[in-house]
Every structure is written in C-alpha cells, then in structure tokens.
Ligand binder design. Structure first.
Ligand SMILES: NC(=O)c1ccc[n+]([C@@H]2O[C@H](COP(=O)([O-])OP(=O)(O)OC[C@H]3O[C@@H](n4cnc5c(N)ncnc54)[C@H](O)[C@@H]3O)[C@@H](O)[C@H]2O)c1
Ligand SMILES: [Zn+2]
Length: 359
C-alpha cells in the first residue's frame, strides 16, 4: 500500500502463515506479540500462528474476545487494552489482529489508542477481511446507536493473508466474502469479474490457487484506492461503497438479524445495477451478468420480509447522504463506476422494488 508515510506490504498466498515470524522479524515492530483473536479461530489456527512467531524469537500472548459483532465495543476495547497494559510491562509490544473484520477493527483500534499508538499487523482469517477490511487502516468500535462511530485511520505495518485459514469458515461466511469480491470486479476490474464468472464453483470450494488469485486482485484494488485517498478526504474511497447504500439500509431495516453484511450488499448491488440501467448508464446485458454471478455464488436474489418503503426510509438515514441528498455509486460497465447524486427517488424506488421478493 503505497502511502507517503509508512507504506506497507500485503502478502497473499496459500500456506504462508507459517512464515509470519520470518516476515515480521525485519520490520522490527517489537519482540512481544499480543495476538487478539477469538476462541474459534484460536482453536483452529492458534497453534500454527504461535509456532510461527516463537520460531523467530517472539514472545506470544493471546488475548481472546468473544466471537461476533458485539465484541466491537468500547467495553471490549478497554478490556483488551487493560490486558495489554498488564502484560506488557518492560516489554516491546505489538498487536497481531488474528481474525475477521470484527477482530481486525477492534484490535486495530486498540493499537491506535494504546499509548497513542503501537504497531500492529493484520492476519485476516475471513474472506471479507482478506479481500477488504484488513487493508486500509479504518479501525473502529461500535456504539449502541450505530456501527463504527468511534474510530481512527491507523494503518497496519503488514497484512498477511493465508488463504488456507479460510478452510474452516462456514459456507455462509464464504458467500458473504464473495459478495464483496464481486463488488471489486464491478467497480474496478473486468478481468477479476470474468475470472469469478468462470470459477464460481471453485471459489465457493476455496480452491487455493483460485483464492490466491482473487484475494491478490482485490488487495491490489483496495491498496490503490487507499493510497489515492488514505483518509477518505478526496471522495475516491466512495467507489468502495458500490451496493452498500441499499445494502446498509437492508441491514438496518432488518436490525442486522437475517442478513449478513455480504448478503445485504449482494442485494444492494442488484439494486444499484438496476438504478444504473434505469439511468441509461449500464447495459441490461451487464446488469444480467452481475445478477447471474451473484446467483451462481449462492447469494440472495430477493429482499425478503422487508417492505420497499422500509428500505427507502432506512436509506434516508445513511450517513453518506450529504444534507439529505442521495448519492449512489453506479456502474457504467463491468469494471467501471461513477458517483451520482440527486437521483430521482422514483428511479430508486422502482429499482429497489424490482429486488423485493413476494414473501
Ligand atoms: N475496516 C474496514 O475497512 C471494514 C470493511 C468492511 C467491513 N468491516 C467490518 O468487518 C466486520 C465483519 O467482518 P467479518 O465478516 O469478517 O465477520 P467476523 O469478524 O464477525 O467473522 C465472521 C465469523 O467467522 C468466524 N471466523 C473468523 N475466521 C474464521 C476461520 N478462519 N475459521 C472459522 N471461523 C472463523 C468468526 O468467529 C465469526 O463468527 C464488521 O464489523 C464490519 O464493520 C470493516
Ligand atoms: Zn462491505
């Protein structure tokens, strides 16, 4: 990630977790690794990460938080900070975020604020985290009134994505991550999109070579966008929100219950493609390709149990809508998008309606 201050590398591959100690050593982040993780991930992969670090002379302490979004709270963050403080007397600590987006955002937040910042590395273990959330330095915890409301831009010193750790994810989490990957294809990379079309079944079964290829492509795109707009001041990061305007509204309307983020984003991308066609920006054939690849990946086709009016209402609260004006990332083809404001609400309603299921 080509940043002016503190650029960092993203390593992607199959079986590279065992090299973590070796690649960390020359970075001189500290001697004492505090691995923030959850019990599930530790049970599957804890021994491997610990051995990889100890083999190169690092001391290793695990700090576990409960699995799930609830751990992205100020309370948990301060519990983790207290543990790091208690365990790191006379030590040279750095944080290893070993988990999905929840652990990554939380551990990154802890690293950002403890002693006004200690080094941290991301070792993402979900598809969503490898393709997206571990890169870019957005760290945060949630408040009861909304997600990600307390946070910072705080970049990791390294990201290590071993596609082999994905093998223990359940199928729904895999599909969840693949939605975000389709997003990268639509916004920036027609070859990636085509690659997913051709390899949907292999991606679903986590074929190591295919996954390495896919995660590398997504990482490159995210790295490029982040390097161009590190702190989200230039509006360039906005394109990463393709499918997220309607997606977030679906999550909120459903009180984050039935839909995982990626599933809601898949539905949001279907709606965004629909708006793009209605605006004359996207050919119907390309919208059909977007819908078809989402279906091939087992992602939902229709919004169920939420009326259109409810989705539209939740969208009006989107924090990305400036002063009540709507703003959408729309596709102009496979691999290119534009940000459009003040779209006729009827167009939005019609496109959302087309994605609403009967029951
Ligand atoms: N910082 C960013 O730029 C950014 C971007 C997108 C999303 N996010 C955040 O990411 C979070 C969602 O991340 P997520 O989808 O990775 O969810 P998650 O971190 O909750 O992980 C999903 C589930 O998978 C389990 N798990 C993780 N790795 C596993 C493995 N290898 N094997 C078996 N189980 C495993 C976890 O215990 C959890 O139950 C949200 O809080 C969201 O706000 C952040
Ligand atoms: Zn997302």
């Amino acid at each position: 990630v080509d940043l002016k201050e503190n650029p960092y590398e993203i390593l992607v591959g199959s079986g590279i977790l065992k090299d973590l100690g070796a690649v960390l050593k020359p970075l001189r982040l500290g001697r004492d690794a505090f691995i923030v993780t959850n019990p599930i991930i530790r049970r599957y992969h804890g021994r491997q990460i610990s051995a990889a670090l100890k083999a190169h002379g690092f001391s290793v302490s695990f700090i576990e938080v409960k699995s799930g979004e609830k751990s992205k709270s100020a309370r948990t963050a301060f519990q983790v900070i207290s543990r790091v403080a208690a365990l790191s007397l006379r030590k040279a600590p750095f944080i290893v975020a070993f988990g999905g987006g929840v652990v990554g955002d939380l551990a990154g937040f802890v690293a950002a604020v403890y002693k006004r910042g200690i080094p941290f590395v991301q070792v993402p273990t979900t598809l969503l985290a490898q393709a997206d959330s571990a890169i870019g330095g957005k760290v945060a915890v949630d408040l009861p009134v909304g997600k990600n409301l307390v946070g910072a831009f705080y970049q990791p010193s390294l990201v290590v994505s071993d596609v082999n750790v994905l093998s223990t994810l359940d199928k729904r989490q895999i599909r969840n991550g693949l939605a975000e990957i389709v997003k990268y294809g639509v916004i920036a990379d027609k070859f990636l999109f085509h690659y997913i079309e051709m390899n949907a079944a292999k991606a679903l079964s986590l074929h190591p070579m295919i996954m390495t290829e896919i995660i590398q492509s997504c990482s490159r795109i995210k790295a490029r966008v982040v390097a161009a707009d590190e702190k989200e001041t230039k509006g360039l990061r906005t394109i990463l929100n393709f499918g997220h305007t309607v997606g977030h509204a679906i999550e909120a309307a459903n009180q984050y219950k039935n839909y995982h983020h990626g599933e809601a984003v898949a539905l949001g991308m279907r709606a965004a493609a629909g708006i793009s066609c209605r605006m004359g920006m996207l050919e119907d054939a390309d919208a059909r390709r977007i819908n078809a690849v989402l279906t091939a990946l087992g992602l939902p086709e229709k919004i169920r149990g939420i009326p259109c009016a409810q989705v539209l209402k939740c969208m009006a609260f989107d924090k990305k809508f400036k002063a009540g004006e709507n703003r959408f990332v729309l596709a102009t083809g496979i691999g290119s998008v534009r940000v459009i404001e003040r779209i006729n609400p009827r167009v939005i309603r019609s496109a959302v309606n087309a994605v609403i299921g009967r029951k």
